[in-house]
Design a protein around this ligand. Structure first.
Ligand code: C5J
Length: 223
């Protein structure tokens, strides 16, 4: 076991790359691409698209180092049997989850908008965890995939930082994983939420985990 160290806040994180995983949360067309569900709701997707290049570089570094990589997608079965009515009806949208949106049925598995953007597309051997909720541990086999590989540290990237990234970090933290979030590999449609979400993770001595950046993590992985 070779321990390495990442420059991070609130303090350096020691990690074993062979027991670490890169988790790419919901880098799906409907959230990130112009013309998708996120933009249809009036959001500026350029705020999310700024994560693509740092995520791509971090993904490449993790792959080169042989690190375990997992991708997630938020979405539901086509018959919507795994979507709580409360989630489907929330917001009273004219065109919401399960309805025909600009990139196919919104957040429905198998639809064009539900899939991961080409820039960060999974390669062979990288599991894709389809999750019905915000957190990647809820109603999925993610915990089993990680425990079977004796993973301890999660590098959590993706969108949106205050929703699916944060929920996943909180779930992972409660399950005993050490979670580190690169600030430039996560984003929100609301810049203030981005800032506050990261503050919340690293507050009180790292109550949910650590905050770093892609360059520091790449340096640590490659070094
Ligand atoms: C994610 C959402 N992925 N904001 N979903 O954060 O609804």
């Amino acid at each position: 076991m070779t321990l390495k160290s990442i420059k991070a806040e609130p303090y350096e994180l020691e990690f074993d790359p062979s027991r670490s995983a890169l988790i790419m949360i919901d880098m799906q067309r409907d959230f990130v691409e112009p013309g998708g569900f996120g933009e249809m709701l009036g959001n500026d997707v350029s705020l999310l698209r700024s994560t693509i290049e740092p995520c791509r570089r971090l993904l490449a570094a993790a792959r080169s180092a042989g690190m375990f990589v997992v991708h997630t997608r938020e979405g539901h079965r086509p018959d919507m049997s795994d979507c709580p009515p409360a989630k489907r009806l929330r917001g009273g949208l004219e065109c919401g989850i399960g309805d025909k949106g600009p990139m196919g049925r919104i957040l429905v598995r198998g639809e064009y908008g539900h899939d991961i953007i080409p820039e960060l597309y999974p390669i062979e051997g990288e599991p894709v965890v389809d999750k019905p909720g915000k957190g990647a541990f809820f109603a999925t086999d993610l915990d089993l995939l990680l425990r079977n590989r004796e993973i301890q540290t999660l590098i959590v990237c993706g969108v949106t930082v205050e929703v699916c990234v944060h929920t996943t970090v909180r779930e992972g933290n409660d399950r005993g994983y050490e979670c580190i979030v690169p600030s430039d590999c996560v984003a929100s449609y609301f810049p203030e939420f981005h800032r506050v979400a990261l503050e919340m993770i690293k507050a009180q001595g790292g109550i949910f985990g650590w905050v770093s950046d892609s360059d520091s993590i790449i340096e640590a992985i490659a070094g």
